[in-house]
Design a protein around this ligand. Structure first.
Ligand code: 2M8
Length: 494
């Protein structure tokens, strides 16, 4: 066969694998769909998680505007009076022993005068605000597709805009009483990167008191307990929850007495990027001029705050422990916060990219795929199979890919997209992956993984969204799970 023919065959194989992955991703989202919202994963996470829903909406946008919009609107039905969007909205139909700490553990949050009516119960923590980014993506996808989705998307933006504004206002006030532009978190669960070494030093200072015995339902749903946080981690998590409950979920009381108060650099960068998206939404819905000024000021303040947490030696940003009054020195993906925030100087961008591609991250020689481990293998406390202490997370890859595109780094973004897709084709739509072997870890059929896969598949290398109708039809190919071939590799070499 001529080399030209070879190339055609190879490309077709890759497209076949892509079509198959798209079909599988659609199937996962359908299977986890509860009608108006989506379970984060079928067994391990049977409830609605806040930032999972944002990424899920990005995937759903390619399958239908109305359902994507509904995902976010359902979440925001449970927004607190303060503007807070709870990190979990509990599914009243989930069996009582399916997730711990479940709704009964958080029922007290409903007693807060700021809580929404219950049931369903919500937690009183929050998670990074990827929602405005998702809402804008729903609009962009609908606009590119054309048709009736455009009007639906416009109506959706009008509906969600004031809720998003309230949510961001909450973060810029209650969570930043210092006016630093940086968000304070009360619990590692709020960061979304729960057991990351980012929090080791701050957690060490938390003295755990008496705790009643508690179950670890999560361990039933993973192949090996080492994939989840340890008992000592959970003791601290539950102790912090106990203190937050004792403070009546009241922000000022928590701020006064809580032992874990940290300026989260990645959360803060996501706020900046989400405020950029909100500014675009404000323009699309014709918001008042005062809103534009307010949001632009939040963005400026966010950049200032992030600049103050830059560590020139590591070429990364660091979290800041308010209780200890010092930065938390750990090399994790959160360090790429300025890349996520966007609009960096050429010099800062180059330093970030050098760090990203160094042997501390995607250039590490043992990696199965050139995608960033959640924690650098060079960082003390790195564990390649343990949750946020080393494994690679597709949703983080998506965030960095999207950030690279926004920074004008389309070739790098394309390489990251391709490696991430290869990982999913070979490994499956798992929660996270061993960075050295590519083995699927944590939950199977994780919704946000399926969602970002759909978004990647619908997006060309240059970053433009492509029409998705044909690609996202169910493929005629067999599903590859635990396969050993590398069908997308052909695209790389063709
Ligand atoms: C993980 O967090 C929950 C607690 O919120 C857990 O481990 O039980 C994290 O990966 C978090 O970022 C994610 O939103 C959640 C659901 O996927 O799972």
């Amino acid at each position: 066969m001529s080399s030209t023919n070879n190339r055609v065959v190879r490309t077709e194989t890759a497209l076949g694998a892509e079509a198959q992955l798209a079909a599988r991703a659609r199937q996962v989202l359908r299977q986890n769909d509860m009608g108006d919202w989506t379970r984060a994963a079928p067994n391990l996470y049977p409830h609605q998680w806040s930032w999972d829903s944002a990424f899920i909406a990005i995937g759903l946008a390619h399958l239908g505007t109305r359902r994507a919009a509904k995902e976010l609107l359902t979440l925001f039905e449970h927004q607190w009076r303060t503007g807070k969007v709870p990190h979990i909205v509990f599914n009243p139909e989930a069996p009582p022993d399916s997730y711990f700490p479940g709704p009964e553990h958080w029922a007290c949050a409903a007693a807060s005068p700021d809580a929404p009516p219950a049931p369903p119960y919500t937690s009183c923590l929050c998670q990074p605000p990827a929602h405005a980014i998702a809402a804008l993506r729903v609009w962009e996808v609908a606009e590119r597709k054309g048709g009736e989705g455009v009007d639906e998307a416009r109506a959706f933006l009008r509906q969600i805009y004031p809720k998003l504004l309230l949510w961001h206002r909450y973060l810029m006030t209650h969570r930043d009483p210092e006016g630093s532009g940086l968000v304070t978190i009360y619990h590692p669960w709020e960061s979304g990167t729960d057991n990351s070494p980012r929090w080791d030093a701050a957690l060490e200072a938390v003295e755990v008191g008496d705790l009643p015995p508690y179950p670890r339902y999560d361990l039933r749903h993973v192949a090996n307990p080492s994939e989840r946080p340890t008992r000592a981690d959970y003791d601290r998590y539950l102790w912090l929850v106990k203190l937050i409950k004792k403070a009546g979920c009241d922000e000022e009381s928590i701020y006064r007495s809580h032992p874990f108060l940290v300026k989260d650099v990645l959360f803060s960068a996501i706020v900046v990027a989400a405020n950029e998206a909100l500014l675009e939404i404000a323009a699309l819905v014709g918001a008042e001029a005062g809103d534009h000024t307010l949001i632009a000021n939040w963005i400026a303040r966010g950049h200032q705050g992030l600049n103050s947490l830059w560590d020139p030696e590591l070429g990364l940003s660091l979290d800041y422990d308010l209780r200890a009054g010092r930065p938390l020195r750990a090399r994790t993906v959160a360090g790429f916060a300025p890349l996520v925030a966007g609009r960096q100087s050429t010099e800062r961008l180059e330093t970030l990219i050098t760090a990203l591609e160094s042997s501390a991250f995607t250039g590490h020689p043992w990696l199965r795929w050139p995608v960033p481990p959640s924690t650098s293998p060079l960082q003390e406390g790195f564990r390649r199979r343990s949750y946020w202490r080393g494994p690679t997370w597709p949703v983080v890859n998506w965030l960095l890919w999207w950030s690279l595109l926004r920074a004008g780094q389309s070739e790098r973004a394309q390489r990251l997209r391709q490696a991430s897709l290869q990982q999913l084709v070979i490994g499956g739509l798992g929660e996270y992956f061993d960075p050295f072997t590519g083995e699927l870890l944590g939950a199977n059929d994780q919704s946000w993984t399926a969602a970002v896969a759909l978004d990647w598949l619908a997006t060309q290398g240059c970053g433009a969204l492509r029409r998705t109708a044909t690609l996202l039809q169910p493929g005629r190919y067999e599903t590859i799970r635990n396969g050993t071939s590398d069908p997308l590799g052909s695209v790389r070499t063709a």
